[in-house]
Design a protein around this ligand. Sequence first.
Ligand code: SAM
Length: 324
Amino acid sequence: MTVPCVRVRPQAGEETRQALADRDCLDTRYDITVEDGWLYLPVTDAPDSFEVVAFDAPERETQTTPADLLGFDPSLERLGDIVIIDEDDDERAQAIADAVMASDLPAKTVVNRASKIKGELRVRDWDVLAGNGTETVHREYGCAFELDIARVYFSPRLATERHRVTEQVREDERFLDMFAGVGPFVIPAARRGAECVGCDLNEAAVDYLRRNAERNAVADRVTPIHGNVRELVPEYENWADRLVANLPHSANEFLDTAVALAADDCVLHYYDIQHDEAPFAPGLEAIREAAEPAGYTVAVETERVVRSYAPHELNVCLDVRLTR
Ligand code: SAM
């Protein structure tokens, strides 16, 4: 099966394997292989400094999976070394957790969703079924994010979407994430050279954002701010070349603030959850209502369905350029 592999000369093999293991990047479901003078190390992710290629690595036959132990294939999500399950039946949940811990999956903790995402801080309750820690380091697209799932919002499912947005960031721009969390938009934007501000109401998230800026060596370009994003005005008025507003159920309530923060030419990435019949129209109307009286022209750059949120409900992103 073709999987991402770090490719190095065999002389650098052990050093590379250790560096990848330290970062928890090795994909242990596949064998490390030598072919034509190169060593291929299967990875789940890898820092930018490594060369990653697609390679047909053999699956490890000795690997014991949770499915081997359970007799069925459970649905699992990974966040760093935490395995997340979503089971209503407590007995089944515990059986899955025990199987995960007894398997060869590199898991430190298994948690089950115990509530919906709730409140202003968008944090969920968890039942810890095995292990004891809810803090982890999650890696995506070469960035490392330290976080505690019991104290902050974080969704690994949005990795591709975040990458899509942050790939557009230019070196010289001013980037502001209105609802920054632990920094999954801010850190990659700063790594591209932007001057970044990340604001969040959740003090724990802002502490992690600060730590993540240091961990990813971009602290000099990141200003973490704890508080209500409305309080960024007037200090950051007319400041941002790019804004991210990822608070899907209520971002419309903050469009006046977004408009105040926008520079005269600004791209706004606006996240929304709407009915699938017209998922973009309400957001666009709200953006126009907020931006046009302030003298901006609103041009849609992208309308993107991020994922299905519930039956007939879509999580979408509108990329709009505001100019005046
Ligand atoms: N951007 C991050 C991400 O993608 O992981 C976090 C998004 S999460 C859906 C929304 C975040 O907005 C939460 O961390 C919450 O604490 C924060 N928040 C909610 N209301 C806020 C406000 N008025 N000002 C600043 N942050 C706020």
